[in-house]
Design a protein around this ligand. Structure first.
Ligand code: BGC
Length: 390
């Protein structure tokens, strides 16, 4: 999972303010969007598989074990990144139900849905299994989304938050010059519309991925992504099909420092909190009047770690960020550790499969395994660099 920050391109395309074409998103029902913040007043699912990785690492580092073990007390997202992984969903949701029954409190599971055909169209490391040429669109609907919907329905007493297809709509907004993204356009849109309709359930709150400030923070890019959201939601049935938007998924951008101003002075959003408040205003101009954000704070605790804002792969020196919690700031439903800290962003082996050049840049940590695999030494560094400290 990554994103394409082409700041040169962004600069070249920069136009001041929000260009025309502003209009209301169709659909007037409030059902599904509003109501209460789904993260408020609930417990969060703790994934035993993640906890086992933390525990195994703690056991190998006795002198830091107590510190490391604290990580296992915080929730992380579960990722559905291929058809095979959907088979895990029932187990995760059953376990969440047990935790719910034990605590007597509704227990929310954060599910990242990430398997569109031609996935990761602007990069390599998270390229997916489905392709347009091999019936990917139909397989996405029938073998991926439908069984996920069935599990959500089978766990109707449990709150579920979904982040739908990280990077995909951002790529539609800014990376249409890349042939793979151009080819994927209709399939991304159809797939997301199909998923939005299926996930429109009383226990499910959907957040569309909105990149992060270092990608979509520029005025022109905010306008573009708002238009894409508007169009997709028009097809899906209206803005009430989602609770809001997710930012910084798997990224490293700090909540509030000025790193962005130093790295990209032309970007009006130097950090995630500025991006959220600015994006809310842009979205409002496109008819999104009651939407909320979640921000991935799994690895954005420490600032000043990147030479380039566009570095996204196992960035060296990163630390765990703010702890997952509801209502942390205006307009934000939750901070959450969406990317499970310690799971790799991509392999650093230039000779191996799915190598992306961004996993070989000086900002990226060497010795990294494939995306999603446990990267133990990196995890230990995240713990040591945690800010606030654990
Ligand atoms: C990978 C997924 C993985 C996820 C969470 C993504 O970059 O492509 O396979 O599940 O990260 O670690």
């Amino acid at each position: 999972m990554r994103y394409y920050v082409h700041s040169i391109l962004a600069l070249a395309l920069l136009t001041p303010g929000c260009a025309g074409g502003i209009g209301e998103v169709s659909g007037s029902s409030k059902e599904g969007t509003t109501g209460t913040n789904p993260f408020k007043g609930v417990s969060f699912f703790l994934n035993p598989e993640y906890t086992a990785n933390v525990e195994a690492t703690a056991a190998k580092h006795p002198e830091e074990a107590a510190h490391i073990r604290k990580v296992a007390t915080y929730p992380t997202g579960v990722w559905l990144s291929d058809i095979k992984s959907v088979a895990n969903l029932q187990g995760w949701l059953d376990e969440a139900k047990k935790q719910q029954d034990a605590s007597g409190k509704p227990t929310l599971t954060m599910v990242v849905v990430y398997n569109l055909p031609e996935r990761d169209c602007s990069a390599e490391s998270s390229a997916g299994e489905l392709s347009i040429d091999q019936n990917g669109e139909e397989r996405y609907r029938m073998e991926f989304i439908d069984p996920i919907v069935a599990q959500f329905k089978a766990h109707a007493s449990q709150p579920i938050a979904v982040i739908l297809e990280p990077d995909s709509l951002g790529n539609m907004a800014t990376n249409m010059a890349i042939p793979k993204c151009q080819r994927a356009k209709a399939v991304y849109r159809n797939g997301i519309v199909y998923a939005l309709k299926g996930f429109h359930l009383p226990n499910v709150s959907v957040y569309l991925d909105a990149g992060h400030s270092g990608w979509l923070g520029w005025d022109d890019n905010r306008t573009k992504i708002a238009r894409v959201f508007k169009n997709v939601l028009n097809d899906a049935g209206g803005p009430q099909m989602i609770r809001g938007f997710a930012t910084n998924t798997s990224n490293y951008t700090h909540l509030s420092n000025r790193d962005g101003a130093a790295l990209e002075p032309s970007n009006p959003c130097p950090n995630e909190l500025t991006y959220v408040s600015t994006m809310l205003k842009t979205l409002e101009m496109y008819g999104f009047k009651d939407h909320h954000f979640i921000v991935d704070t799994s690895r954005n605790g420490k600032g000043g770690i990147r030479a380039k804002w566009g570095s996204w792969c196992n960035v060296h020196g990163a630390g765990l960020g703010e702890r997952p919690r509801a209502d942390p700031a205006p307009g934000i439903d939750a901070y959450f550790w969406v990317k499970p800290p310690g799971e790799s962003d991509g392999s650093s082996d230039a000779a191996g499969p799915r190598f992306d050049a961004m996993c070989g840049v000086p900002d990226a940590t060497k010795g990294a395994p494939q995306a999603g695999q446990w990267f133990e030494s990196y995890f230990v560094d995240l713990v040591r660099n945690a800010k606030p400290p654990l």
